[in-house]
Design a protein around this ligand. Structure first.
Ligand code: FES
Length: 315
């Protein structure tokens, strides 16, 4: 462990090309210690020269000796995925934050998993879990082409519960078929490009008896939103400050010397959630969907604001 709480110094054990532009990376403790526990849907933060990047854990949660992630070389990479692909080599040490889980697998009568490209990664341990419990489930996995779709060998073991949907063979994912007449108590878990998630989020708003859970790799577009100033009160630190338009709660807290962990500063990772004691948040993170947007217990201070004039935080 490094000095910072919750940060591990892990060693790259292996990097394996498993599809076009996709590396499977395994990380271990350099001294062979077991790693912190995690549950399906969890992600870790990998520190890169371009800042921390979030990657879903896709191995077996029962295996405490290593973390496994899949890393797509992003065509519009800001430096994170190219660092992993071009610079990291077996034996290198990396700083790892987490694991954290904001994409938890919840009880449902049946499950529909929808993956777009590298979005398959958080779904793999979920599928392992529901299969082991004998649950009713199906995966529809889309990608540009079969060659670009990782983990196909692993998925082959599940037979016709897995429907592969390479775009160059079949076109776009068949969302009409999947979401029309969705059965009651269906849990939908989807991870992939934001365009796919936006469509599914919009379609599921009108579906009764369906719970939808999305995992985004990139932040929602917040550019059209208008900021209203409000007052943030930090109960433990006894600080009261205005949060002006264009300034985040996180910025204000840092200006006051109040430390909050923040791995992405764009509402994706969930590391900056702070408990609310009073007031109503305006959630702008890319984690909450549906009824979760009514959550008044905490907010991601890097992007979310308040709809009330005062917001009292437990910090
Ligand atoms: S720092 Fe990642 S959600 Fe706020």
């Amino acid at each position: 462990m490094s000095e910072e709480e919750g940060v591990l110094d892990l060693m790259v054990e292996s990097l394996t090309r498993i599809a076009d532009g996709v590396l499977q990376v395994t990380l271990v403790d350099p001294d062979g210690y077991w790693l912190p526990e995690w549950t399906p849907g969890a992600h870790i933060d990998i520190e890169t020269p371009a800042g921390p990047r979030q990657y879903s854990l896709c191995g077996d949660p029962e295996d405490r000796t290593r973390y496994t992630i899949g890393v797509l070389r992003e065509s519009a990479s800001r430096g994170g995925s190219t660092h992993v692909h071009d610079v990291l080599r077996p034996g290198d040490l990396v700083e790892v934050g987490g694991p954290r889980n904001h994409f938890e697998l919840l009880p449902a009568k049946r499950y529909l998993f929808i993956a777009g490209g590298i979005g398959i990664t958080p779904l793999l341990p979920m599928i392992r879990d529901v299969e082991a419990r004998g649950e009713d489930w199906k995966l529809v996995y889309g990608g540009r082409s079969r060659a670009s779709m990782g983990f196909l060998e692993k998925l082959a073991a599940y037979g016709d519960k897995v429907e592969l949907w390479p775009e160059d063979e079949h076109g776009l994912l068949p969302l009409d078929r999947l979401l029309t007449d969705a059965p009651d108590d269906l849990g939908i878990y989807c991870c992939g490009p934001s365009g796919l998630l936006d469509v599914i989020e919009g379609r599921c708003e009108t579906l009764a008896g369906v719970s939808v859970h999305l995992e985004r790799f990139t932040a929602k577009d917040l550019s059209g939103l208008v900021d209203t100033p409000f007052t943030v009160i930090c109960a433990k630190s006894e600080v009261e400050r205005e949060v002006p338009a264009g300034t985040s709660v996180l910025d204000v807290l840092e200006q006051e010397g109040i430390s909050v962990s923040n791995a992405c500063r764009e509402g994706v990772c969930g590391s900056c959630e702070v408990a609310i004691l009073d007031g109503t948040p305006e959630h702008r993170d890319s984690i909450r969907v549906g009824a979760e947007l009514d959550d008044t217990s905490s907010l991601a201070v890097c992007v979310s604001r308040a709809t009330t004039p005062r917001l009292v935080l437990d910090i």
